[in-house]
Design a protein around this ligand. Structure first.
Ligand SMILES: C[S@@+](CC[C@H](N)C(=O)[O-])C[C@H]1O[C@@H](n2cnc3c(N)ncnc32)[C@H](O)[C@@H]1O
Length: 216
């Protein structure tokens, strides 16, 4: 999969390359490219945004700047999905993550300040995705969340089996994973459920099934 991120803060994406699970799939299952709108802007002095028509506070990411960035990389609007990250979009959930992880190429557009000129969303994007009903200062954290969630679904990202039984997975009927415990078996009088220490795999499995919670 090729994942391209357009941003004003390319440094925000440095650390994720060195961390598993993304590092495990980088340059094999995943090609991650990060582009700065300022490098392809047709405006002088690296300008990328402007005052909103109609007045009001904040700056708006310009449509000609984003179009120029797409032109520079793809020679126009690409024929794969282009996702604008915005609090106004479809909320990211595991179903959408699986859907996006099955794409061969994906482009993420992030903005800052007041956000996108609406024509970017209307004419240059196929999807608008939000990571939750709250407003962050920029699209970099949403893009990192999406990149991480997608990367861990790619083959080889996780150790065998560890990505199959987890919260929201089909294996748990979309529910929340059962609790986990590790050593010590007792700490400050807080004990691990006896059954998990029993070595009886059938009973442990039944206990875990019982403790899967439905998403409310
Ligand atoms: C301060 S926000 C703009 C908010 C916009 N003026 C509004 O009221 O809907 C700046 C940028 O951060 C990103 N962003 C902020 N919150 C987000 C969220 N919950 N999900 C996805 N992107 C978000 C988007 O790229 C957005 O354009």
């Amino acid at each position: 999969m090729r994942l391209d991120v357009f941003t004003l803060v390319p440094d925000a994406f440095a650390w994720i390359r060195e961390r598993r699970p993304l590092a495990a799939v980088l340059d094999s299952e995943l090609e991650l490219r990060v582009f700065n709108y300022r490098e392809s802007t047709p405006l002088t002095a690296g300008q990328v945004d402007d005052d909103p028509y109609g007045g009001g506070p904040g700056m708006v990411l310009r449509v000609d700047v984003v179009a120029a960035a797409l032109d520079a990389v793809y020679g126009g609007v690409p024929d794969h999905r282009v996702v604008a990250l915005s609090p106004q979009g479809r909320q990211l959930d595991q179903e959408l993550v699986e859907e996006l992880a099955s794409e061969e190429a994906l482009t993420l557009l992030s903005a800052r300040f007041e956000g996108f000129d609406q024509r970017i969303v209307d004419h240059l994007c196929t999807d608008v995705v939000s990571i939750g009903p709250y407003v962050l200062s920029g699209g970099e954290i949403p893009a990192l969340a999406l990149v991480d969630a997608v990367a861990r679904r790619l083959p080889g990202a996780l150790t065998e089996g560890s990505g199959e039984v987890e919260s929201f997975s089909a294996a748990l009927d979309g529910g929340l994973e059962f609790p986990h415990y590790t050593r010590p078996a007792e700490f400050r009088g807080w004990v691990v459920p006896e059954i998990l220490l029993s070595g009886d795999h059938a009973r442990i499995e039944a206990w875990r099934r019982e403790h899967v919670r439905a998403v409310s």
